[in-house]
Design a protein around this ligand. Structure first.
Ligand code: F6P
Length: 323
């Protein structure tokens, strides 16, 4: 029987992490399980930096962005020696189980700890929506809304000046933030890893929209890590199209902000489920939300599911947004 659970957040922070933590702590309390919060992700686990959850006001913080317990990227956790020390820190406090909230790298850490005998559950915490065992990752919906609001503001000023904006959004290798914000804002061109475009392609769209159709603004939404130098890209596009263009990287504002209502609901349901599973003795499980239901998938399986291709959808949207 589980008596103590630790919780950590890892990788890039994501709105909704705090509401997940709160739900885990509350549900654990229902079962009479004590909860510990691990500071600064896997690095805090390695150092044994734990604090009793009762020391932090989770109700006050649950609807705030970021993660109140801190997060880090800690590649050293790939080393067995480091993981064994981390496990010994849990053993010292007689903590039986760990809930990890993070992206795919964090999932790997949770799986490796499971293999060392720690009971682990992983929740998909990343704005990138790049975990295939869930329809939505924690933070994605909030980031998407942040991007949409930002692009709308950019559109206002571009329209006033008859300009083009190239807006770069996050997502690491995943194009979902670009594609779905592009749909929600009517971006005239969406460029993702699956649908790459050349500078000539971009300039052609701009000329068609601004000169042939006489539009007052054009938005090109681009996933990060496609163009090395956004400024050089804009200069080149401007030269080829003849239209004044600005480049805007939305950068880390995409990761901040209060989680949307949907995000708070999803994380609460996942938090509850994670404790229920640990209570039943389960481990090595990744939680996700599929068709409105919280689902469990073994972590290795979750990491191996191939991402759904969005290539055709992106092409379809680019066509209608350019009509
Ligand atoms: O994984 C989330 C994410 O926000 C990615 O979209 C982005 O590429 C990366 O983190 C940025 O990380 P950092 O804040 O460490 O620069």
């Amino acid at each position: 029987m589980i008596k103590k659970i630790a919780i950590l957040t890892s990788g890039g922070d994501a709105p909704g992490m705090n509401s997940a933590i709160r739900a885990i702590v509350k549900k654990a309390e229902v079962h009479g399980i004590e909860t510990f919060l691990v500071k600064e992700g896997y690095s805090g686990l390695y150092k044994g930096d734990f604090v009793l959850s009762s020391k932090i006001d989770l109700d006050e913080n649950f609807a705030n962005g970021g993660t109140i317990i801190g997060s880090t990227r800690f590649p050293q956790f790939k080393k067995l020696k480091i993981r064994k020390i981390a496990k010994s820190k849990l053993d010292e406090k007689e903590i039986d189980a760990l809930v990890v909230i993070g992206g795919d790298g964090s999932y790997k850490g949770a799986q490796l700890l499971h293999e060392l005998g720690v009971k682990t559950i992983a929740l998909p915490g990343t704005i990138d929506n790049d975990i295939s065992s869930t329809d939505f990752t924690i933070g994605y919906d909030t980031a998407l809304n942040t991007i949409v609001h930002a692009i709308e503001k950019i559109r206002d000023t571009m329209k006033s000046h008859r300009r083009v904006a190239i807006v770069e959004v996050m997502g690491r290798g995943c194009g979902d933030l670009a594609l779905f914000s592009g749909i929600a804002t009517g971006s005239e061109l969406i460029v993702t890893k699956e649908n790459p475009k050349t500078i000539d392609d971009i300039a052609k769209v701009i000329k068609e929209q601004m000169i042939k159709k006489g539009k007052r603004s054009t938005i090109i939404t681009v996933s990060e890590n496609i163009f090395d130098d956004l400024y050089a890209l804009r200069k080149e596009v401007e030269k080829k199209s003849g239209i004044i263009t600005r480049e805007i990287s939305l950068s880390h504002i995409q990761r901040g902000g209060k989680p949307t209502a949907g995000e708070r609901i999803m994380t609460t349901l996942m938090g509850i489920k994670s404790v229920d599973l640990l209570y039943k003795g389960k481990s090595g499980i990744a939680l996700g939300m599929l068709n409105g239901k919280v689902v469990s998938t073994p972590i290795p399986e979750s990491l191996n599911i191939k991402r759904k291709s969005r290539k055709n959808l992106t092409e379809k949207i680019n066509k209608i947004n350019q009509i």
